[in-house]
Design a protein around this ligand. Structure first.
Ligand SMILES: [Fe+2]
Ligand SMILES: [Fe+2]
Length: 202
């Protein structure tokens, strides 16, 4: 029997999917690709959480604290989601989590020691890198099969939009006025690129 909405009698679509976000891979190559995507995204969100933790350790009691906390709370949501997806799909997390644990915190705390502007510059640099990274994943999945990857695409787009908001928040709160902004931003983004590269593979 087809289930109907109790109010409007419209037939409810029965879900035929046995997965929540990631469809079962078609072959070994696709499995490898999906695992890389999920592993690096989980690592990125983990690192982002540690960066905001470092920022809060320094600026938590300042006027900027609540704003950083708000962004951190969103990162916690992102990380939780990717942790669930990793478990559900039996994807092993990167072996480098202990490194990102320390490196993320140190990056967050050290830039926050430059003041609010330093923390915001770090946020702009990192969030721009993550958003670009999500965009490149969106392109890959769209090219492969936009329909089969609908849920994963929706999730990545939602998170990408959150990261862009964090990026804009950083700019709105004087990121660019930290001395050596461009140097700092480029250095951090170089680090992000390296972190993304190795977290897909290790
Ligand atoms: Fe995030
Ligand atoms: Fe973010």
């Amino acid at each position: 029997m087809i289930r109907q909405c109790s109010k409007c009698r419209v037939p409810l679509q029965q879900s035929v999917r046995a997965y929540s976000v990631v469809p079962p891979p078609r072959d070994a190559e696709e499995k490898e690709m999906l695992h890389r995507i999920l592993r690096v995204d989980h690592a990125g969100e983990y690192g982002a959480n540690r960066i905001y933790a470092g920022q809060m350790a320094v600026l938590g009691r300042s006027r900027t604290g609540p704003m950083i906390q708000e962004m951190w709370d969103q990162e916690k949501k992102h990380l939780k989601k990717f942790s669930e997806i990793l478990a559900e799909n039996r994807v092993r997390p990167t072996a480098l989590l202990p490194l990102w644990n320390v490196a993320g915190f140190v990056l967050g705390a050290s830039t926050a020691l430059l003041g609010k502007e330093g923390a915001m510059a770090c946020t702009v640099a990192v969030e721009e890198s993550i958003a670009e990274h999500y965009n490149s994943q969106i392109r890959v999945l769209m090219e492969r099969d936009p329909e089969r990857f609908t849920e994963l695409l929706l999730l990545i787009k939602e998170f990408r939009d959150d990261e862009m908001e964090h990026h804009d928040t950083g700019l709105e709160h004087d990121a660019e006025s930290v001395p050596g902004y461009w140097l700092l931003k480029n250095a951090i983004q170089l680090g992000c690129k390296a972190a993304i590269y190795v977290s897909q593979r290790v």
